[in-house]
Design a protein around this ligand. Structure first.
Ligand code: ADP
Ligand code: MG
Length: 701
């Protein structure tokens, strides 16, 4: 919710009746709600409609969500450790269904009453022909009956609920607030023409109705307007960034000189693919125009992006500029450093490395070389964008595996020279169109849609845990043929300690299958000192270790062509894109490669589907679309935390038609009134100005 100072909406939330300082503090911490406006922007995530109660017998395989009314019996606890859960049977006069809880078990035990009458709501899943609802929302029948018409349901958190702010309380607080707020406090920010063209409700009306709709239609109308506004503001920011790029002067690379040509003719270890050549041509055209390049190169794992990056850097050198390449992890930076140094060795071009572990004298020398220009190319991590790093004349910045970096970090590269350098962003994650429009809407896009010739498709197998002995036997055969093997363990964010322990347990198990007198095993994980991690990684890269036991630190970019098997432990705990990335670590040499997905025995339907997707396709785009569909963009791209994609009400996948509309409208508006000078655009400009870091609106106006 946007609000300007002096407006009632910027009043601190603690002053609202029923809140007070303590709850205000918690609201801020838990849900980022600190003003009246923020509370208004905490939209209900669904509505509770007493008029729509289904019967158990109506549920079929197509049912997604359902609301039922009936009694609960057989509440019991089962399973142990991670699998501990509470099950119960819920029935009405037509049939029964299972309810299951994996979390907040003590709360569930305390609150649920055997033979109690409830209204339940939740997502139906089916297993072996019987239906169940996991973590249903429960409402006692008495409370459900007290409700008339349509009621908003808000998200809350365990801590807030404990402090007396349940999902129900938000409705009450919002009601109190709306009694104080007048239509004039919530002025329209969208130009009138857009409201008309797209049939959008007014802003004040939409905000009132999204919380307290009289009926379903009102709720839909309000949500439509708010989603549209949210996507439109985002697209306005992107359109503005894009506009800035198109008018941003850049260095002119008008020479294709000795470095580029000699490398191309004499040093390239293979012929470029058609796609690689096309992308290089696009980069050459971009950098010769006098405008700053902002280009995204999208190419599936193994499509050969590194060589494109290297040759782009040579182009910079040929024109008297320095170049840098930034990777998201130390391991990747080291690999790139090594690879690029080797590629460029015949040309006698010094390449430096700069990461968090480069310190003391070595670091001083790198900084000096970059500042005086004696080092033309530096490869590293985000250590490169630190303020202490000064270039003599940076002309080209390559950012590998972009989705690990925020937009803000990309922007810092701009400040490394008097004019911003050309920026080449490379990503191996195929990005569905709707998401690309949002994350990279300000960039020009090139696609490397062709793999180097002679690659064999990777064979992907899904095996339950009880095939472990056979799988290990297979690994031994492959190692016997001179190949190397990755064994990867999952990382669970909630418990780093547990991860570490499960990795160590896994390592012990690997050692018991592969005795140390015959097999050399290296291990890398996030808790190691960078030095130690590097040493272990090097052993594997150089072929001194047969097996690399790892967490997902190897997820991106690592290149060991002799490794032919990727074994993924507890594969059900990985997301699709992550599995695809991991699989991309093999199949880089001439040998037949394998990816084996080991899973527990009783994995759920969704996990099973994920494994099937992996087995059935190696097309990164298909996998990315599936992933987005199954998990949603925040989880897939880790953007929820990074703030690039903070959407409150719109959903990039489900609302993609609105996204297209709003993008179109934003581009048109920026074309007509780039500085938003027209009187009817003033409110919009103000709202955009309030949006914070991603908006660079003020730069242009
Ligand atoms: P990614 O796009 O995943 O970063 P890399 O740049 O690491 O892929 O390339 C993967 C492998 O393919 C490397 O071993 C690289 O040397 C090789 N490679 C790249 N381009 C070609 C090509 N045109 N022909 C043959 N091999 C290539
Ligand atoms: Mg790469």
């Amino acid at each position: 919710m946007q609000s300007s100072a002096g407006n009632i909406l910027s009043t601190p939330i603690e002053y609202l009746k029923g809140v007070g300082p303590q709850r205000a503090e918690l609201l801020r911490k838990e849900l980022d709600i600190s003003t009246y406006g923020d509370l208004l922007g905490h939209y209900p995530f669904r509505y509770y409609d007493r008029t729509r109660i289904a019967k158990v017998s109506e549920i079929n395989d197509l049912t997604e969500y359902v609301q039922l009314s009936g009694k609960i019996v057989n509440i019991y606890e089962e399973g142990e450790g991670r699998k501990r859960r509470i099950s119960a049977t819920f029935y009405d006069d037509t049939g029964r269904i299972n309810l299951v809880w994996f979390q907040s078990l003590s709360w569930v035990k305390k609150t649920l009453e055997e033979y109690g009458e409830y209204v339940v709501f939740g997502k139906v899943s089916s297993f072996n022909g019987s239906y169940s609802i996991t973590h249903p929302e429960m409402e006692t029948i008495a409370r459900a009956n007290a409700v008339t018409g349509i009621q908003p349901v808000y998200s809350s958190t365990a801590r807030l609920t404990a402090m007396g702010i349940s999902n129900r309380s938000f409705g009450k607080l919002t009601q109190v607030l709306l009694e104080k707020v007048r239509a004039s406090d919530i002025p329209e920010i969208l130009p009138h023409a857009l409201l008309q063209q797209y049939g959008l409700a007014g802003r004040y009306q939409a905000l009132v109705q999204v919380h307290f709709p009289k009926n379903d239609q009102e709720a839909q109308q309000a949500r439509y307007r708010l989603k549209w506004e949210e996507l439109f503001l985002m697209q306005m920011q992107i359109a503005n960034l894009r506009l800035q790029h198109t008018i941003q002067p850049g260095y002119v690379f008008d020479t294709v000189g000795d470095n580029f040509n000699t490398f191309y003719k004499e040093c390239l270890p293979f012929a470029l693919t058609g796609a690689q050549k096309r992308v290089l041509r696009e980069i050459r055209v971009d950098t010769a125009t006098g405008k700053q390049m902002n280009r995204l190169v999208q190419g599936d794992v193994g499509s050969g992006k590194t060589i494109v990056a290297t040759m782009s850097m040579l182009l910079a050198l040929d024109n008297g500029f320095q170049a840098c390449m930034m990777a998201p992890t130390e391991i990747l930076a080291r690999q790139h450093y090594q690879g690029i140094s080797e590629l460029l060795a015949p040309l006698d071009i010094p390449v430096a490395i700069l990461t968090g572990t480069v310190k003391g004298k070595q670091k001083k020398e790198v900084l000096k070389g970059l500042a005086d220009g004696s080092i033309p190319i530096v490869v590293g991590t985000h250590a490169i964008i630190e303020d202490s790093v000064q270039f003599k004349n940076l002309g080209m910045a390559v950012v590998d595996e972009q989705h690990k970096f925020g937009v803000g970090q990309r922007a810092r590269l701009w400040k490394k020279n008097t004019m911003p350098p050309h920026v080449l962003v490379m990503t191996a994650t195929p990005i569905p169109r709707t998401l690309a429009m949002t994350l990279y809407g300000d960039l020009d896009v090139s696609v490397i849609d062709e793999l180097p010739p002679g690659r064999q498709a990777i064979k992907t197998l899904h095996r339950p845990d009880n095939y472990r002995a056979q799988v290990m036997g297979f690994l031994k055969e492959e190692i016997g043929k001179g190949r190397q093997v990755y064994i990867v363990y999952p990382l669970i964010e909630e418990s780093e300690k547990m991860d570490y322990e499960s990795l160590l347990a896994g390592y012990e198990q690997v050692k018991s299958w592969f005795p140390e007198d015959h097999y050399k095993i290296a291990m890398v994980h996030g808790r190691q000192e960078a030095e130690e991690r590097k040493r272990n990684m090097d052993r594997f890269v150089k072929g001194a270790a047969h097996i690399l036991v790892a967490t997902t630190v190897i997820e991106v970019g690592v290149n060991v062509p002799n490794a032919s098997v990727m074994l993924i432990e507890s594969a059900e705990r990985f997301g699709l894109s992550q599995l695809h990335q991991l699989r991309g670590r093999v199949g880089r040499g001439a040998e037949q490669s394998f990816c084996i997905l080991l899973t527990g025995k009783g994995i759920g339907q969704e996990s099973y589907e994920r494994m099937q997707v992996m087995v059935s396709t190696s097309d990164g785009f298909v996998i990315a679309e599936k992933d987005l569909e199954m998990r949603g963009p925040g989880d897939v791209y880790g953007t929820r935390q990074s703030g690039d994609l903070k959407l409150k009400i719109a959903d990039i996948v489900k609302d993609s038609p609105l996204l297209e509309q709003s993008r179109h409208a934003a581009l048109q508006l920026v074309a007509e009134d780039p500085r938003l000078e027209a009187p009817e655009h003033q409110r919009l400009k103000e709202a955009l100005g309030l949006l914070g870091s991603r908006s660079e609106w003020n730069k242009i106006s």
